[in-house]
Structure formats: C-alpha cells, structure tokens
Design a protein around this ligand. Structure first.
Ligand code: SF4
Ligand code: SF4
Length: 386
C-alpha cells in the first residue's frame, strides 16, 4: 500500500471517547508500521490543533478534546519522549483556547504543556519551491514529529480549512497579517504559500476531526454541522481532497486543492486510495459555504477584473446589530482599511480591502460575514458561478 496516497476514514457519529479512540487506532493501525512508524521512540512531538479562538467544544471551532485525547494516547503508547500541544491562535492564546474547548484538562491529565507560539525561527524550503524559506514557530522547527489535527470548517477566503490550511498557525502572531497583505487579493498565491509551508513542515500525519464540522460563517462563527467521521493520512492534500469531495466540492472550488493540482500533487479521487469505512454514508450535498462563490469570482470573468471586483465578488459585511465595537477586527486587518467612528459599527473601506476575511474570522461576536455582491446572485440564478 502506498501510505502517501492513502486516506483512512472511519465513521464516528459522536464524540464518545471509546469509539473515537477505536476509530483512530484502527486508522493508524491500517497504515504501514502503525503509531511506531509515525512517532519513533523518544521523539519530540508537536501536536498542532486548529486553535482559532476561545470557544466551547460544542461550537466546533477547535478539534474536540476526545480526538485530542486519542491522539495524545497514541503518541504516548508509541513511546514519544516529549509531547507538546502548540498553536498561535488568531485571537487569545493557545492556553485560553485549550481551556475554553476542554483540551487543557486533557493536557493536564497527561502532564503535557500547551504552548502559545511566540518565537520564530527561519527554516529552508525544499529546492524547487517558489518560497525559499519560512519564518515559523520555534516549536515547529525543533519538533522531530508534527501531528497535524485540523477541524473540518468552511472558510470565507479559502472556501474550506482542512489539513493544509491548519499549518498556517505556525506563523507567529502578527506575521500572519503581514503574510496576507503580501499576497493581497492573489488567492492563488496565498494558497501556494500555504502548500509550500505545509510541505516544508511535512507533518508525520494529519488527523481530521469531521465528527462535527462547521458550515456557514466559518471558520469561527459558523454553525456546527455533524459530518460523522474521522479521517487520517500521511498526505495532507489527499486528505483534504477526500474531505472536500465528501462535502460536495471539486478540487477546482477549493483554492489549496486547485493550486495543489497545478503543482502536480494528487487531488484526483481516482488516484487516492480510501480505506476504512465506505464513503457513501458520509457524503454531504447541502453543506452551506461561508460565501456562495470564490472571492475571485468565476474564472470566465477574471479577465475583466474591474467587473469582478465591483459586482461579482464576496466581501466582508458588518452586521451593525451584532458589532460591539471591540476593535479586534481593526487590529487584525492587514490592509488597515477598517475604522471605528465615535458611534456605530466598524466601517470597511471596500476599495482597500484585500478580502482576506481575517476580520470575519476573528470577530468574537460573529458580526462579520462573507457577503455576496449582486452579480454573484445573478450568476447563480443562471448556473454560471463556476
Ligand atoms: S465587527 Fe466584530 S471584531 Fe469588529 S468591532 Fe465589531 S464586534 Fe468587534
Ligand atoms: S476589511 Fe477584513 S477582509 Fe478586508 S482587508 Fe481588512 S481584514 Fe481583510
């Protein structure tokens, strides 16, 4: 079996710990060498969950503590020398996120530290990548093994956040905003950055928590959506391709997968081996995305970018009733195009906005959503959004 192009999937209808543990052990046991091949004895392990903001487990913002417990137990049983959980959340600290979602309690039981990334070091990218080096969290650079634990969620900018996108969390603090600004509205370029970063870090395995994912105004303020599975793979893109496929998205509709295809990585379901439970019962056809169309608009209109930018795009929109004027989005905005007057909700200068949706992602009140411009609705009516 080619472990690289294989995705293991198990049906897990709820976060019942024995069932989660059994499913994870079955998936890892089906891979050549099992846990021992992933975590060599004595290895320093970094578990990188998707920690975005402090929220309870039921909100489906972070991987569930039952999944994290099963991952930790697997690492310990394989003989890991040192295990930490680490991230650099968009809002709050890793410790606060872990407390809110229940992962901190699990970490305490196992005597594991939860670290908030704060120091960056430079690592070289492999030859042939566009990016020559990356500034990443010291803990990620120094780990012998990275275990990537994404959560299935919709994402206003990238359409879905899965295994590849989760590793953006190794970019420390405000450097994330700078990186967004450098890519501007070039979403293909940003996707390439994510892919090259992920394949420079090369996690030993990615374990996707899709028992309950998120739809709608994701990745922080959407609606929990039961999807009923866990999936794992040595290859992040294969894992993401399967998760997108089950949710009804083609690789062309998800920026990281479209770019992965251009890089020659495997995104075609016919080339991916799926083992574990049958896929049929795990398909979702009505998952609500964060926006109805890619933020670049449909491909056929991109040559007339002025039209796309004005009438056929998806933009952040503030709900004045929900905005509590906390100013968090202003801090996060890479383009510095948001403002707060003496009264009223936050305002956005749409001409300067690069549509990175950092504001939507980090608003603690869910007051910002991805709003489809008039042309998006029109094109959808005529089935021309592709
Ligand atoms: S939009 Fe959200 S983050 Fe921005 S000021 Fe209002 S409540 Fe705060
Ligand atoms: S307003 Fe929001 S979407 Fe626009 S650049 Fe600022 S953070 Fe990004």
């Amino acid at each position: 079996m080619n472990a690289g192009k294989t995705v293991c999937i198990k049906q897990v209808p709820e976060y019942d710990y024995p069932r989660v543990k059994q499913a994870l052990d079955d998936m890892i046991g089906a891979m050549p060498g099992g846990w021992q091949a992933i975590v060599p004895r004595g290895a320093r392990v970094l578990i990188k969950p998707n920690f975005l903001k402090p929220a309870p487990a039921e909100a489906a913002v972070s991987p569930h503590p039952a999944v994290m417990r099963a991952v930790i137990e697997g690492c310990m049983a394989a003989g890991a020398g040192h295990v930490v959980i680490g991230d650099s959340p968009g809002y709050g600290t890793a410790q606060r996120v872990a407390e809110a979602c229940g992962v901190m309690q699990v970490a305490r039981e196992f005597g594991i530290e939860v670290v908030n990334f704060s120091q960056s070091v430079t690592i070289d990218a492999p030859a042939g990548f566009i990016h020559r080096r990356f500034e990443v969290a010291r803990e990620a650079a120094e780990a012998d093994v990275i275990i990537n634990v994404p959560k299935f969620k919709t994402h206003a900018m990238m359409v879905l956040t899965l295994a590849v996108k989760n590793l953006y969390g190794v970019i420390v603090g405000r450097q994330k905003a700078r990186r967004h600004f450098q890519s501007g509205r070039d979403y293909q370029h940003f996707a390439r950055f994510l892919l090259e970063l992920a394949y420079t870090l090369k996690p030993a395995i990615s374990i996707l928590d899709a028992v309950v994912g998120m739809e709608g105004n994701g990745p922080s303020s959407g609606t929990p959506r039961p999807l009923g599975y866990l999936a794992a793979s040595r290859d992040m893109v294969c894992l993401d391709a399967l998760a997108a496929h089950l949710a009804g998205f083609s690789p062309q509709q998800v920026y990281t997968l479209a770019e992965a295809g251009r890089m020659g990585l495997t995104v075609d379901m016919e080339e991916i081996t799926c083992i574990g439970d049958p896929l049929d019962g795990l398909r979702t056809r009505d998952l609500k995305p964060a926006g109805q169309m890619s933020v670049e608009g449909p491909a056929f209109l991109r040559p007339v970018s002025w039209l796309v930018n004005r009438f056929v795009t998806t933009r952040p929109k503030v709900d004045a009733r929900l905005c509590c004027r906390c100013g968090i989005c202003l801090e996060a905005c890479p383009a510095r195009c948001m403002s707060l007057a003496d009264k009223g909700p936050v305002a956005i200068n749409t001409k300067a906005c690069i549509r990175c949706f950092c504001c939507q992602e980090l608003c603690p009140e869910g007051a910002i959503c991805a709003h489809d411009a008039f042309g998006v609705h029109l094109l959808r009516r005529f089935g021309m959004e592709g």
